[in-house]
Write a protein that binds this ligand. Structure first.
Ligand code: ARG
Length: 561
């Protein structure tokens, strides 16, 4: 807690002539409100006995009205308590509508890239985490003073086009396409791929697909018409799903935008000696000096651009266009090796931008026999829209019989799904289990949303209440809440440092539990007027903190639930 830390810092400066930044932790409640090991640290530096230093600090702190009691424990821990009233004053000074925010980003520019789904396929749960984690990263960076630019790096380049047209002409029709949209295109794609596999790469379908790709390259009108139609269907679908997920980006350049820039980028690599051309025309970037045995392939022998080529062009384009200090790629763990190679290449090329791969584990599901595996359905991938429909159905069941709007049902459904994404460190695989996701008494979105809704209900009911002065109120029953609220800014800093939104989720869950404990023993609405005034003022701050924290996670607070 800031104020206490500042007092101790100052004391150490005057008494021991040392510049320190005291770190406070929260010990078990029976030991105190806060604890610090600063005496031990100082002892090491000054070559003195830690207990003696702790004693000296203790006697000074005891004279300071801010500290209620000070104890020394073990080899030199200092545990202390602060009067709740003091905590309330500290909170009051720190509190704003943007409580928890800071300016550690100092206005530096960061590009956050998410959710980057691909054309040709309906949006699947495979791009759920990139959206959730990407949005949270965006929010965390924005909340901590970065200038955030977001870009949806859509996989809209490559062979799918030819496959679509060939498959569409063979297996589909205009009617089916206008009826089923992307789902028709998705099925056509799968069928065509399977047929090509059966016929072989020299088969008729593969040939037709290849021809359409060439036609598109030549600018043939019929091919362009197909391309535009398919693109429109794909983009409308992606936008529709993103809207349901309540995520958006500033830009959506996409791979196709960068592919034509690939040639020049590869040329640049060759000229600067970063890349080498093989006899067959393909171009590689050797990365031995960065610890990779395998070079990165940036151009095929036929001159066609690859994933790495478009990414190379993207890096150069972003430097020109936005001059970012940092770029955050929100992409699953399976591309870790690829990105480490890409980043090494960019270093070798002399790019100054700090490139960061924000990765996460896959979504597992529980099989009937209790084993875990990557989430799938009988038909293959789990479709995002079906998952959302299902979640809304569950949310509807949760509020069954109550007067809750469709808008609120959607907020609960999305809150449940998103919160479960933040249940643990993003690097671990998560287990998708409907029961946990909607567990009203456990670590879940609805549990936290409900705590926020409950406060908002009280505040709404008391909207006309005329508060009274409460400067004599001691806030003793609210101490737990005050301690919890005061931790929020530190949690935000930690979460933003490593882009770990699960720390916010854990915090909000703890805050919700603290609130539930509070209502069990304290009355708000029918307490004496001064107390009620104090309590309502504090509840407003709790409500704002829920709002700010959930907003980082991309979760809205329903009106009712
Ligand atoms: N579309 C890719 C996928 O779904 C993710 C793109 C990641 N971003 C990038 N710059 N490579 O796997």
């Amino acid at each position: 807690m800031n104020k206490a830390a500042q007092i101790i810092d100052q004391l150490i400066k005057t008494k021991f002539s040392q510049e320190v930044k005291v770190n406070l932790t929260r010990p078990k409640p029976e030991f105190g409100d806060f604890s610090t090991n600063i005496a031990m640290q100082l002892a090491g530096k000054l070559g003195q006995n830690p207990r003696k230093i702790a004693e000296e600090l203790k006697s000074e702190l005891e004279n300071n009205a801010f500290f209620e009691s000070v104890e020394i424990a073990g080899p030199g821990f200092i545990n202390f308590r602060v009067a709740a009233r003091q905590l309330e004053e500290t909170l009051l000074q720190a509190f704003t509508a943007k409580y928890g925010s800071n300016n550690s980003g100092e206005g530096k520019t960061v590009i956050v890239e998410y959710p980057s789904p691909n054309f040709a396929k309906p949006y699947s749960v495979g791009h759920l985490r990139p959206g959730n984690q990407g949005w949270a990263a965006r929010q965390l960076l924005d909340f901590t003073g970065w200038n955030v630019i977001t870009d949806n790096h859509i996989g809209d380049y490559g062979t799918p086009f030819g496959i679509w047209v060939a498959g569409f002409l063979t297996f589909s029709s205009e009617e089916k396409l206008s009826e089923r949209g992307i789902y028709e295109l998705g099925d056509v794609y799968i069928k065509t791929k399977a047929a090509i596999k059966e016929q072989g790469e020299d088969g008729r379908l593969a040939q037709t697909a290849q021809d359409w790709l060439l036609k598109l390259d030549r600018g043939d009108q019929e091919a362009l018409d197909f391309a535009n139609k398919f693109k429109e269907i794909s983009m409308n679908h992606i936008h529709g799903v993103m809207e349901r997920l309540k995520i958006s980006t500033d830009y959506e350049y996409g791979e196709a935008f960068f592919a034509p820039k690939g040639k020049a980028a590869v040329q640049k690599l060759l000229e600067s000696g970063v890349a080498a051309q093989n006899a067959d025309g393909s171009v590689i970037v050797p990365l031995e000096e960065y610890g990779f045995d395998v070079p990165l392939l940036v151009q095929k022998s036929n001159g066609a651009p690859l994933y790495a080529t478009t990414d190379l062009a993207t890096i150069l384009f972003r430097e020109e266009e936005f001059a970012p200090d940092k770029v955050v790629y929100v992409v699953g763990a399976e591309q870790q090796f690829y990105f480490s190679q890409l980043f090494a290449m960019s270093k070798k090329l002399g790019v100054k931008t700090d490139l960061y791969h924000l990765w996460f584990g896959v979504i597992d599901q529980l099989n009937a026999d209790g084993t875990r595996e990557k989430m799938s359905s009988r038909r293959g991938v789990v479709l995002m829209e079906e998952l959302l429909d299902q979640a809304e159905e569950k949310a509807r069941q949760v509020v069954e019989g109550r007067d809750v709007s469709e808008g609120d049902v959607k907020k609960i459904a999305l809150g449940a799904i998103k919160f479960s994404d933040f249940a643990a460190d993003r690097r671990t695989n998560i287990l998708f289990d409907w029961n946990n996701i909607f567990a009203l008494t456990g670590f879940s979105g609805p549990y936290v949303q409900y705590a926020a809704v409950r406060i908002n209900n009280i505040l709404r009911k008391e909207a006309d209440f005329v508060p009274q002065d409460y400067k004599d109120y001691d806030f003793a029953s609210e101490k737990g809440i005050l301690l919890q609220l005061l931790e929020f800014p530190e949690i935000v800093s930690l979460a933003a440092r490593d882009l770990e939104p699960h720390k916010i989720a854990k915090y909000l869950y703890d805050l919700a539990r603290e609130m539930n404990r509070y209502y069990e023993k304290t009355r708000v609405s029918d307490s004496p007027i001064a107390e009620k005034s104090a309590r309502l003022d504090l509840l407003k701050k709790v409500a704002q903190t829920f709002e700010n924290g959930l907003n980082i996670l991309g979760i809205e607070v329903p009106e009712k639930m």
